[in-house]
Design a protein around this ligand. Structure first.
Ligand code: ADP
Ligand code: MG
Length: 371
């Protein structure tokens, strides 16, 4: 079982090796640390923390990937020294996370009207550029996904990239702030240059409120320099040049976001990603329980009825925890058995929804006001 101590040991070893420019040594530690972090994330009840841990794991994986390239270019050799950041961290290429996600709209339960909105605004104009031009419809643009944690916003952003067959560039506030990045402005420029070189690109900023908080005082000095630059790059992006750029943000705290970010040309379209309704919860149980061995007494309609207020991430966790009950029993020598209704109900009983009704009302109010 993953523990934080194990994670830290692996990560420290990986980072120490990176600093020594021993990329061959660093890579397996970074991968193991990332895997350990993924396990910790899966066990975490707090959806926000879990998302952070998943992001962190992704960053470690990106660092690990960067090791291959560096090792090829004579990693460990002293002549690399001049090209790297002074503190021995990875260069801008490692900071730019290019992603070709594989998750698609069909993997996402519910949110049909959200999918439709995205198709209208983003997917059809990309797929039919001549028609879009004929009717004077801009290709690309900005879109803010907002809603409670664990409702699939990050997943949705990836699915959009996949549906569009676009390369996704991820700007992670955590990465921007991390000590690895010495030359933040330069890196932002490189990121936009790389995006412009693609025929279709998505620039995705997850937890965008961390980058552009309402109260500037909460912003680090790096952000105070870099955010205006990001906005400027966005405005300078030539939308009519046939190259399409989609600027996508996601937030669990839309009210903490500076309204400057929502001006025309920025994240000007907003889409509410709510908690799953009954139909979506049914699909979520199908997705996350469907492929596991289930007892005949498992009643999806009943599960849907007792999980009003639970998020998609909550339901995924319910499925994983329910499966671990018979699994642990069989590991301890018991006869392998199916997951039954009692397992699942016990897990639900012990696990309240991660989003409170009070918070849901706050989102609904913000959504209505934003219309
Ligand atoms: N509507 C959904 N359909 C399928 N899976 C979902 C859905 N919502 C959440 N999940 C599951 O929960 C995980 C966490 O969701 P995430 O996209 O990180 O939520 P958010 O970004 O809104 O906080 C996803 O990776 C997915 O496994
Ligand atoms: Mg997220």
């Amino acid at each position: 079982m993953a523990t934080f101590a194990t994670f830290k040991r692996l990560k420290d070893k990986g980072v120490a090796a990176l600093k020594q420019r021993d990329y061959v040594e660093a890579k397996p530690y970074l991968i193991q640390a990332a895997e350990c972090m993924i396990e910790l994330a899966e066990e975490n009840k707090d959806a926000k923390q879990r998302a952070e841990q998943e992001d962190y794991a992704k960053e470690l994986m990106a660092l690990a990937k960067g090791c291959d390239r560096k090792a090829k270019h004579g990693g460990g050799a002293r002549r690399d020294r001049a090209r790297d950041d002074e503190d021995g961290g990875p260069s801008a290429e490692d900071w730019i996370v290019k992603d070709k996600p594989t998750v698609c709209f069909d993997d996402i339960a519910g949110l049909d009207d959200v999918k439709l909105q995205i198709q209208l605004k983003m997917i059809y104009p990309f797929r039919h550029p001549e028609l879009a031009q004929k009717y004077g419809i801009d290709v690309g643009g900005g879109l803010l996904l907002f809603g409670p944690p664990g409702t699939g916003k990050t997943m949705f952003a990836k699915a959009i990239a996949n549906e569009l067959d676009a390369t996704m560039f991820v700007i992670s506030p955590a990465q921007l702030m991390s000590k690895w990045v010495g030359e933040a402005e330069q890196n932002v420029r490189k990121l936009f240059d790389a995006a412009k070189a693609e025929e279709k690109a998505i620039i995705f900023i997850d937890e965008v409120e961390a980058l552009v908080p309402k109260r500037r005082g909460q912003q680090s000095t790096v952000m105070q320099r870099v955010v205006p630059q990001i906005l400027q790059e966005l405005e300078g992006f030539d939308r009519k040049a046939g190259r399409a750029l989609l600027f996508l943000g996601a937030t669990n705290e839309p009210w903490a976001l500076d309204s400057a970010m929502m001006r025309p040309g920025r994240l000007d379209a907003k889409v509410y990603v709510p908690l799953p309704d009954a139909e979506a919860r049914f699909k979520l149980f199908e997705i996350y329980l469907g492929d596991r061995p289930l007892d005949d007494d498992v009643d999806f309609a009943k599960l849907v009825a007792v999980t009003d207020g639970y998020s998609g991430a909550d339901i995924r966790a319910i499925a994983a925890r329910s499966a671990s009950r018979p699994f642990l029993e069989s590991v301890n020598g018991g006869e392998p058995r199916n997951i039954n209704m009692a397992d699942i109900l016990a897990v639900i009983e012990a696990m309240p929804p991660s989003v409170s009704p009070k918070d849901v009302r706050k989102f609904e109010q913000w959504a209505n006001a934003a219309e």
